[in-house]
Ligand binder design. Sequence first.
Ligand SMILES: Nc1ncnc2c1ncn2[C@@H]1O[C@H](COP(=O)(O)OP(=O)(O)OP(=O)(O)O)[C@@H](O)[C@H]1O
Ligand SMILES: CC(=O)N[C@H]1[C@@H]2OC[C@@H](O2)[C@@H](O)[C@@H]1O[C@H](C)C(=O)O
Length: 410
Amino acid sequence: MHPHIKTLSALCDKPSRIIVGLMSGTSLDGLDIAVCKISGAGINTQCELLHFITIEYCDEYRSKVRQIFAKEHGSIQHLCLLNAWIGRYHAKLVKQALSSFGMSKRDVDAIASHGQTVYHCPKEQHGLADFDNATLQIGDGDHIAVQTGIMTLSDFRQKHIAAGGQGAPLVMYGDYLLFTHEQENRIMLNIGGIANLSFLPKNAALSDIFSSDIGPGNTMMDAFVQRHYSHLEYDKNAEIARSGSVDLALLNALENNAFFAQDFPKTTGPEVFNLDYLSHALSTVSKATHNSKQQSIAPQDILRTLCEFSANCIADAILKLSEHLHDVMVYVSGGGIHNPLLMERLENKLSESLPDASMGSTELLSLNPDAKEAVLFALLANETLCAKGDAHSEQTNMPSVSLGKISFPD
Ligand SMILES: Nc1ncnc2c1ncn2[C@@H]1O[C@H](COP(=O)(O)OP(=O)(O)OP(=O)(O)O)[C@@H](O)[C@H]1O
Ligand SMILES: CC(=O)N[C@H]1[C@@H]2OC[C@@H](O2)[C@@H](O)[C@@H]1O[C@H](C)C(=O)O
């Protein structure tokens, strides 16, 4: 037997494992690195977040990824080069983080790497008869394993698709394992580039629980700010959006998309919700009003409207799910939680239409809201390594498969 296989087997017998979860999301803001101590598996999982850091990406990373990110066309050579380059770059950031935590590779059992999504296209989106759901995350795990000297699990989304899913949201697994509660109806809301949620009603049949993307979180606001305020990556504390007002005609045009009428669960990405989407909405408005509206809406009003658009998408999804519940607690995570205007608008909409709903950060559940997605990938790796196969039964909306590929360090 190869010693690597012995190491794998011994890992599962350890009382707890140190797994470093890595998340690089659609916002391209930085690499989230969560050092987790995990014991048990399946519904007996216990997870303690020991250290967390987001290491901000350099401009070179952003511009290299943006050459192909969410684009229908681009250089295949660049994609090929980037796959290895990101793997090595992420490994460098992991080594930097571990050293800042006073840890070495010997202190870590495994890395769980999400990689960088460069394209996501469920069938509903691409509509091509010959093809099924597809998604692509790059930053190959072999490079991370060799560069860090740590066994690495990566590329978690492909198996989900192979087993009939859309490759996302995978947060379902973690939310189900850590946060289902017998006495509280819960919605776990993550507002990243794209907003998603997990629906966890109390006393629900497993088949009622699911996760779904719900529309844009920060992605359109970020893209607009990057185009029109060239020195900025995002609208910090919503300072620009607050100075504008909502354009109702534009808001209506933005909300007019078949994605919102699709049943849950569904997935999407910046391939759909991007600046072309905004241009299309603006041109619809200008055609309807017979003038060049595109010119006449001030940038701060467009940004304010995009913020309202995100708040509406999120509120509508929560309202739809909460229709038959008396009370619901919404736990929020992701970078959108730091956008005070978005949070304020969301809270207002919920309190108007759903007086028995409350909203708070996942901090209330002792989980840093910025770390949640990186922790999720550590949990997924732990499942793949140690679950007995009964963690997500056939009755749930989660395909009962182990996710991710294993790369040994040598
Ligand atoms: N102080 C702030 N004010 C306004 N917005 C903020 C602030 N801090 C973070 N954000 C928003 O959060 C975004 C980053 O969110 P996050 O890291 O959760 O996204 P992600 O993980 O890349 O996305 P996804 O989960 O869709 O893959 C930033 O790009 C910005 O839009
Ligand atoms: C293809 C892809 O990378 N999707 C991400 C993205 O970011 C948020 C949303 O869109 C979600 O579906 C998913 O990530 C989270 C972690 C998930 O799979 O649960």
